[in-house]
Design a protein around this ligand. Structure first.
Ligand SMILES: Cc1cc2nc3c(=O)[nH]c(=O)nc-3n(C[C@H](O)[C@H](O)[C@H](O)COP(=O)(O)OP(=O)(O)OC[C@H]3O[C@@H](n4cnc5c(N)ncnc54)[C@H](O)[C@@H]3O)c2cc1C
Length: 592
């Protein structure tokens, strides 16, 4: 990562471009998830169509620094769908970045607690730090998520400029960026990715291009040191969410990470009093060791969260993405950044960079997010009603508990809660599922008949395996994929190696050895047929599953998701052709 030198001051004085060409310049303001992912996709797509772009990404923060200096203030949950999507894009989060793989959510209410496991019972949610860890951290064991993303954009060829943008203006119609350090440079395209916690959004408003910043709400985040043993014993591998009848509190969560637990509160007028009454609630106290008291000094912040997207998040040669544009309501903000970043990059590469292009190809994605957020508001309104009625809370608990204990039971409430908390599905899907007669019937039954005692499912599950790292660990002797079985998922290797073997007429033929970042079983995503080979671990291997249903749903929105898989399949086909040619020529030689 470097800062450009004197050439930064050079002016081009040429007419504005409406498309990106070879050597076009792109200035990305903000190196959070939106800025980094935009740059990553832009450079990847440019490479695919054979053009070379100059991309500067302005980010004054050093994400390796602990405390507020290096942090982008967030709960740090990378959702289940996001982890799978990043993996299919070739971005695998290393164990050093994943401070805890999460495999379940525990819902706590005054009427009881229930654990909801990931559909595949594997660690597919990542708990990460956006910066170098909480203020006062003594031993750095982990890497920052934002730092990791910024590094992969630099590896793609972007220049990271460690400077703060303080002004944007237009010169001959082209956007020009001025920084605190005195640099000024013209660009063909300027991308606003400054989030909602920076005064820079006001600069965008003052440009007179129609952009109006998003509406926000105040939230609370704190980090408490507990030590790994206590975390392991009291919080396990679950994220803990609370539906408590506390005035002003809308949503609260405890997220275990390394040696710390992150507390996230959303609500109205959040202040120290609300924080204290939350931490003193009996449902919360049971997640901490007996006698634990809130320390006097701890890392905390009150960041803003995007609750209503920006107006007109584009102009000629400008686009606003991530939180500065439109985000997802109360969940999966990183997923929202990914989505807006990718659509904006696709528009810029394949269509153009004029306001008309962004209106035609980028705005629909923003609108889709905004419409879904409107449904999300209804979902949260219903949640608030449930939160305020004890019998309704008990009905929800009993129904989830019944589903989680039963085998072969359709998990209607569990998936509704799961998708609401994790952001794995749009709010629209969640809402429609709650209208299903079977859902309403069972909820009514559990609410009315709920006067009888029931067997509570143990909500706590201790983590006996390694902390960081996503996916599932397989050891020698186990089979990951068996030839002849019907498959409904693809696998991405996170660490270790596997061998692929085909069994033909009783004989085993070794087809390939695959390592970190490789995927296998991809045919199951496209066809409903049996597995064509067996895959087994060579030593200990960690493998992430990508579900067909999630993948196909996303591919409808973004067909380019299949590109990497098609590229890999095409490479395998070439290798296969070469092998057939080699074998055929060997036979011909032998015959002669
Ligand atoms: C309490 C809370 C909890 C949350 N929990 C989660 C969660 O668990 N999971 C999840 O997915 N999302 C969560 N979110 C949402 C998530 O944090 C955001 O959606 C996400 O960070 C948006 O990314 P971004 O890149 O748009 O903005 P940001 O992450 O805010 O990044 C903006 C970047 O721009 C830089 N910048 C600002 N001004 C300038 C300037 N003038 N010049 C150069 N650079 C500049 C900043 O330094 C920063 O690095 C949470 C949010 C809050 C408030």
């Amino acid at each position: 990562m470097s800062a450009p030198g004197s050439e930064m001051k050079e002016m081009q004085n040429s007419a504005p471009q409406t498309t990106l060409e070879n050597e076009s310049r792109v200035g990305v303001i903000g190196g959070g998830p939106a800025g980094s992912l935009f740059t990553y996709f832009l450079l990847t797509m440019a490479e695919r169509i054979g053009i070379s772009l100059e991309v500067d990404i302005f980010e004054p923060r050093d994400f390796s620094q602990p405390g507020p200096l290096g942090c982008n203030m967030c709960g740090g949950i990378v959702s289940e769908s996001m982890v799978q999507l990043l993996s299919t894009e070739g971005i695998n989060l290393p164990p050093a970045v994943v401070q805890r793989g999460i495999d379940s959510y525990v819902l706590h209410m005054d009427v009881g607690s229930v654990r909801i496991d990931t559909p595949r019972r594997e660690k597919r949610i990542a708990a990460v730090y956006r910066g170098g860890g909480p203020r006062g951290i003594t031993k750095r064991k982990y890497e920052s998520f934002d730092d990791f993303l910024l590094k992969i954009t630099a590896a793609k060829g972007a220049t990271v400029v460690r400077d703060r943008v303080e002004g944007i203006e237009r010169l001959n119609g082209r956007p020009l960026i001025r920084t605190k350090g005195g640099l000024s440079r013209e660009y063909d395209l300027v991308v606003g990715a400054v989030g909602v916690n920076s005064s820079t959004v006001k600069i965008f408003e003052s440009l007179g291009v129609g952009y109006r910043k998003p509406k926000t709400a105040k939230t609370f985040i704190s980090e408490f040191f507990l030590g790994q043993e206590i975390i392991r014993a009291y919080l396990g591998t679950s994220m803990h969410v609370f539906l408590l009848n506390l005035p002003r509190l809308e949503f609260a969560a405890l997220i275990p990470k390394g040696d710390y637990v992150t507390v996230v509160l959303l609500g109205r007028g959040i202040d120290t009093k609300l924080v204290e009454s939350f931490l003193n609630a009996p449902e919360v106290k049971k997640c901490f060791p007996p006698g634990w008291k809130m320390p006097k000094e701890y890392c905390r912040c009150y960041p803003a969260i995007n609750v209503l997207g920006a107006h007109k998040p584009y102009a000629d040669g400008m686009v606003f993405i991530g939180d500065s544009g439109v985000s997802r309501l109360y969940k999966d903000g990183i997923g929202g950044s990914y989505r807006t970043a990718k659509v904006a990059a696709k528009t810029a590469i394949f269509h153009g960079i004029s306001a008309d292009d962004f209106q035609k190809y980028y705005l629909p994605a923003c609108r889709a997010l905004s419409h879904d957020n409107a449904i999300g508001k209804v979902v949260f309104m219903v949640t608030r009603v449930i939160q305020s009625m004890r019998f309704a809370r008990r009905g929800v608990l009993r129904m989830t508990n019944w589903e989680q204990q039963g085998t072969g039971v359709r998990r209607r409430m569990s998936t509704v809660l799961w998708d609401t908390f994790t952001g794995s599905a749009p709010y629209r899907d969640v809402f429609l599922r709650t209208l299903h007669p079977a859902f309403l019937g069972r909820l009514l039954y559990e609410t009315v008949v709920g006067i009888f005692p029931f067997h509570r499912r143990l909500w706590f599950k201790e983590d006996k395996v390694a902390l960081g790292g996503l996916g599932k660990v397989y050891r020698p002797g186990e089979i990951i994929v068996r030839q002849g079985d019907v498959g409904d998922s693809m696998f991405v290797i996170q660490s270790g190696k596997v061998e692929v073997v085909s069994i033909h007429e009783g004989k085993e033929i070794r087809l390939a050895e695959l390592g970190e970042g490789d995927f296998f079983g991809e045919m199951a995503l496209f066809e409903k047929d049996v597995r064509s080979a067996t895959v087994r671990p060579l030593g200990e291997v960690r493998v992430l599953t990508v579900d067909r249903k999630m993948f196909l749903r996303k591919i409808h929105d973004d067909p380019s998701l299949a590109f990497m898989i098609m590229q890999r399949m095409s490479k395998r086909l070439r290798e296969l052709n070469a092998e057939i040619t080699r074998l055929t020529s060997e036979r011909i030689d032998a015959a002669e």
